[in-house]
Design a binder for this molecule. Structure first.
Ligand code: ATP
Length: 335
């Protein structure tokens, strides 16, 4: 059963419509990630679910009950933002216990819950510190801990990792994944524009574009069967190669897409030949940029350290069947 149902949700700010009829079900315990480019309406959609923003039209239901008019505090949700918004003069313990004290729990109950959350988030050694004595990653974990102690049915995250440096972002991403595994009944909705976060955390991803749902599916569904050029180009790194005009004619499509890892070097009967422009060597694999005369260079993944030199001529072909075909409007064609 859907725990959260969005039925034709619309939101306008004045005459400007930002969310243009979004319908979707989110299951109990599911980790749903909203992704999309800047300004597509991800945060607005999250704020509509939280109640921080009023819905212009459509129905939002929790467990089958419309909640459009329910105040945020009555929805059983907790929210974690990009800016941790901790109280600077309170210790980690006090920051985590603050919301609970207001809700009238006993001192012992507060203590037990804070200690349990601190244990889950590896914050136990820092309970007496002030926020300024913590790293950015630790501060964000305090903000998450403060949400956990409230024991929400639904957790909302709005780009919680975007203020962290690359290493901390990876570490905190793992913490959030572990947290979700440890709280299987808790539904999590997570907003990001980082497709790696979306791929690694989500049970399902919802790709938004300009206030409309472009596609909802598991990370692998979106990766393997994107229904548009937009989704195909958004999910996966490096970005999928797109070729059109004469390059796609042979495949009976307006545009074809092929991922870097689905191209192989071919000595004979190569689909495309070109000149190596540049190789990015990452150690575990390399990305070879090939000028085949198309608008953008073709990116080809090679396992290990590439020995191809700029200026070298190479033939490449897509691996059997690993081509995505799109029509003129950018919609995927039947396979
Ligand atoms: P980002 O990744 O940049 O945070 P987003 O996808 O989360 O973007 P939103 O913050 O939801 O996008 O904003 C969607 C659109 O709505 C933007 O064009 C934004 O300017 C507009 N918008 C958001 N809040 C308001 C508001 N309170 N008043 C007027 N316009 C708003």
């Amino acid at each position: 059963m859907a725990q959260i149902r969005l039925d034709n949700i619309r939101k306008s700010f004045g005459a400007f419509e930002v969310i243009k009829g979004v319908s979707m079900d989110i299951r109990k315990g599911e980790f749903m990630v909203f992704v999309g480019p800047s300004g597509c309406g991800k945060s607005t959609l999250l704020r509509l679910i939280s109640g921080l923003e009023d819905i212009t039209s459509g129905t939002l239901s929790f467990d089958g009950q419309p909640v459009n008019r329910l105040s945020p505090s009555k929805r059983g949700i907790a929210m974690v933002f990009q800016s941790y918004a901790l109280y600077p003069h309170m210790t980690v313990y006090e920051n985590m216990a603050f919301g609970m004290k207001l809700s009238g729990r006993t001192r012992e109950e507060c203590k037990a819950r804070v200690e349990q959350a601190a244990g889950m988030l590896q914050l136990s050694p820092y309970l007496e510190r002030l926020p300024r004595q913590l790293s950015g990653g630790q501060r964000q974990r305090v903000a998450i801990g403060r949400a956990i102690v409230r024991d929400p049915k639904v957790f909302l995250f709005d780009e919680p990792l975007s203020n962290l440096d690359a290493a901390l972002r990876v570490a905190t991403r793992l913490e959030i994944a572990k947290l979700h595994r440890g709280m299987h009944d808790t539904t999590m909705i997570y907003v990001t524009h980082d497709q790696v976060e979306a791929m690694t955390l989500a049970d399902r991803i919802c790709v938004l574009r300009d206030g409309v749902v472009e596609q909802v599916g598991t990370p692998i569904e979106l990766y393997e069967t994107p229904n548009s050029i937009f989704v195909a180009g958004f999910i996966g790194s490096p970005k999928m190669n797109f070729l059109s005009g004469p390059f796609a004619a042979h495949y009976d499509a307006h545009t074809i897409g092929v991922r870097a890892e689905h191209i192989e070097f071919a000595d004979q009967a190569a689909a495309w030949t070109g000149t190596v422009i540049h190789s990015e060597i990452l150690g575990s694999d390399s990305f070879v940029y090939l000028d085949i005369g198309s608008a953008e260079p073709l990116i080809v993944r090679e396992t290990g350290v590439s020995s191809h030199q700029p200026g070298q001529q190479l033939g490449v072909s897509p691996i059997n069947g690993r081509i995505h075909r799109f029509d003129q409007s950018g919609r995927a064609l039947e396979r």
